[in-house]
Design a protein around this ligand. Sequence first.
Ligand code: PEP
Ligand code: MG
Length: 578
Amino acid sequence: MEIKKGIGVSPGVVISTAVVLDAEDLRVPKRTVEPGQVQSELDRLGEAIGAAVVELNTLRDQVATRHGKEIAAIFDVHMGMLKDKYVFQQIIQAIKDQQTTAEYAVSVVMRRQAAVFAKMKDAYLAERVKDIHDIEKRILHHLIGRKRQDLAKLTSDVVVIAHDLLPSQTAALDKSHVRGFACDVGGRTSHTAIVARAMGIPAVVGLGNITEEVNAGDTIIIDGTRGVVVINPDEESLAEHREFERKHARLEIELRTLRDEPARTLDGEQVILQANIEFPHEVDDALEQGAEGIGLYRTEFLYLSKETDPTEEEHFAAYADALKRLHGRTLVIRTLDIGADKYREGAESSERNPFLGDRSIRMCLHDIPMFKCQLRAILRASALGDVRIMFPMISTLIELRQARMVLKDVEEELEDESIAFKKNTPVGMMIEVPSAALMASNFAKEVSFFSIGTNDLIQYTLAVDRTNEKVAGLFCPAHPAVLMLIRDVIRAGSRAGVPVSICGEMAGEPLYTLLLLGLGLGTFSMNGPDVPEVKKIIRSTTMQHARDVARRVMSFDSERQVMHYLREETRKIIPEAF
Ligand code: PEP
Ligand code: MG
């Protein structure tokens, strides 16, 4: 048994079987074979090594012709390793002694070999670790590469262990069988964390090297509430976590009874609870959890799940689908927010500082045809239901005005073509950059609504990369500077009669519900599974109490004090919450 501590980013406990995705998605199942099959595993190993040698020969010749013999010499090194009798004797022995599959034996022996090299003082030898991993992957490709199990077609429940989940991998997952995630890297608002919360499954990220320590088929406990992962737990640990799993399930059942109840405080203040989605079909689950509409549709997933930009028709079909499922409820469509941590696989940014670079609305304003294509589809969809347009990452008034001008152009084009759309479709903006928060009263004159994106607002206010596990401890919604910005945006909105929502992860964290309510927030947009717990808190308090809590919180000067106090107050309502 091994216990690993990481960052719990989606609550709950799950006990299940591991599927390990390495950087190339190769799964190395830990499986034993019948004694009669040992010879066939040895044959498979021989064939895979033979194929790898042929492949290396071809590569070496190609590289030598194009780049010269010196560069091609790396393949000679690999070839030498491939033919290393000492290593292969160990693999053969492992298959014979432990009766495992060839791929498992290759993986175990090569990783052991890599660990020996990694400890060497000689820098040249230590560097050879990468070559060993390279060879391991090459052989595994021949052994299992072609019969890779498709993650889109899982047949039983699993937990996914990955270095990090790429958005494109998430898009392809068969979500019905994925019960939890554990990743080497990531922070509270990294993509994996958001997806896990949206799916309502436990997740722990920032675990360092979990992909190296878990073998496919291992039993894993993922405790997203406490940020712990247990590899191959003993009986005692299993029993303890099963009990916790049961408690959590009971709380969920209790909360579900609130689905059709209004999000109203004891003294009658009505609040709007909406959900965030990345795909139209998620609307159903969101409504099931009691959401009253969609406050954030992250449309970039239309771009991330395929290799080419979506066409206007594809955009339109997705929006029409979401609206149909919403039956007249609100749909806030956020325009493309690609870049920084959200890229297509293989199309990562070459910018030195992508979070401060050409992302989101900036990218749209640099590619007007692409931007217009999306805006045309959104406007066409506005004829079908309650659509609102939201621009992300606005940092200057000029940017907002430019985006609105492009929208105006598109409206005129549609009019000329006699295509139906709703005139005066509400246009709002995200407040997720400190410059926008500080100038909220200026922006308020030019938009119909604000939605505070706390994930980015925290990142840019505190200078903490939201996806970097090394600084995850500094990423904190409770930081007084962040709270002051939120308070001021809510005030600016209220003075100008512009409704304010929060759609960052903070909106769905029960710890902050009383505070946000007390600061005067009227709309919360969160992952569907968070709705019931937030609703329970709202229904259990009065505005007077929430305002008192907010006043007290705003008098603190450290995030520690804020969190300690909020934890105490929230536990009075939901003792099992933390
Ligand atoms: C945010 O930044 O808070 C937000 C909701 O947007 P995203 O997480 O998609 O950047
Ligand atoms: Mg954002």
